[in-house]
Design a protein around this ligand. Structure first.
Ligand code: FNR
Length: 342
């Protein structure tokens, strides 16, 4: 199938393919502090994500580009990112590397957000030259390489060949002139994969966990013949962050994406050790159903929610959230026990 058409189908189905039953973050609770000795005005959302100084720990994660109709979505996302100081990733640029006529659907992000932190995005099948071309196309500050084996396997037209990914990521990392982020797309990451990526010196890992946009469901919805399978595949974002906490020899920092619906979820992800929280599906819902003004109000509310948590716990800096005790219950606690995570 034509890549442009696929991009539009992903946008069309993504909102109906959200996990609806509860949230993976319901298993995580903060231990309250009745005497936090704090002031809301003292809290700051400025934080560091590897080499990047961010004004907010929330980032708009990779979604789209590659079809003329996606230009307006990327433009709206970029304006929100600019007005609210959010880092932003574009969707996979593999389409534009093969067809230059769709480049503008990505470049619009740099046009609207000339001074922002913008991440390029390619698949792990990209060559070193393609990876650098994706960075140059949008003057990106960093490069995301996405891993989506299960999604490809569920697409009739998807890849069937997944050899050599680690070596290719390693060569890209050594050759491109920006930091590299390796990300999943909603299936999560186990500690063995994290450890392998840490081993080759990847700058940042986005665990891209289950709990929000379910790409197995998206692909099942795109099929004409019925095949409803693999929607349970993967690890949740919370489980993936617990897996990450077991990785050793860490020089890598983590981004948590997958099922983050608001600032409270984002704060929990930061407390679980992420340095930033990525939002895709919930942001797409905003831009698809709300005015630009309302989208920015939603981001203001997410920021307010993070600062409420920080004030209530007596934490001034985002990084201080990771020092807070947490209560992990339910299925997540069960998985942690099975995986030997204390
Ligand atoms: C995505 N995602 C994605 N990721 C990526 O690395 N390259 C891509 O091209 C896309 N495309 C894409 C399209 C649409 C419509 C959505 C909603 C998402 C995955 C995304 O970045 C994220 O990892 C997952 O969606 C999980 O986060 P949420 O949606 O649960 O917040």
């Amino acid at each position: 199938m034509d890549r442009s058409l696929r991009k539009l189908e992903h946008i069309r189905h993504a909102l109906s393919a959200q996990e609806m039953e509860g949230s993976v973050f319901d298993d995580v609770r903060f231990v309250p502090n009745s005497l936090p000795d704090s002031r809301y005005a003292d809290t700051s959302l400025i934080c560091d994500l590897g080499p990047f100084r961010l004004s907010s720990p929330i980032l708009i994660n990779a979604m789209t580009g590659g079809a003329e109709q996606t230009t307006q979505i990327n433009r709206k996302l970029a304006i929100i990112a600019r007005e609210r100081g959010l880092a932003m990733a574009v969707g996979s640029q593999m389409a534009a590397l093969r067809d230059p006529t769709v480049r503008h659907s990505y470049q619009v992000v740099r046009e609207e957000h000339p001074h922002g932190i913008i991440f390029a995005n390619v698949g792990a099948e990209a060559t070193v030259e393609e990876a650098q071309a994706a960075v140059d196309m949008i003057e990106a500050d960093g490069l995301q390489i996405h891993l989506n084996v299960m999604q490809e396997l569920l697409m009739p037209e998807g890849d069937r060949e997944f050899r050599g990914y680690l070596e290719r990521i390693s060569s890209i990392r050594e050759s491109v002139n920006v930091p590299v982020i390796v990300k999943e797309v909603g299936f999560g990451m186990a500690r063995s994969s994290i450890q392998e990526l840490v081993g080759i010196g990847v700058d940042l890992i986005d665990v891209g966990g289950k709990g929000g946009t379910n790409f197995a469901r998206v692909e099942n919805m795109r099929r004409t013949e019925p095949l409803v399978m693999f929607e349970e595949w993967g690890l949740s974002t919370v489980e993936s962050l617990l897996e990450a906490s077991c990785a050793t020899g860490l020089t890598t920092q983590f981004i948590a994406t997958g099922g983050i619906r608001n600032g409270y979820d984002a704060a929990k992800a930061l407390a679980l050790g992420a340095s930033a929280s990525g939002i895709a599906g919930a942001m797409l819902k905003c831009v698809q159903t709300m005015s630009l003004e309302e989208c920015m109000e939603a981001v203001d509310m997410w920021h307010h929610q993070i600062r409420i948590v920080m004030t209530a716990l007596g934490v001034k800096r985002v990084s201080g959230l990771s020092e807070q005790p947490l209560l992990i219950t339910g299925k997540t606690a069960e998985l942690a026990r099975l995986r030997g995570i204390s």
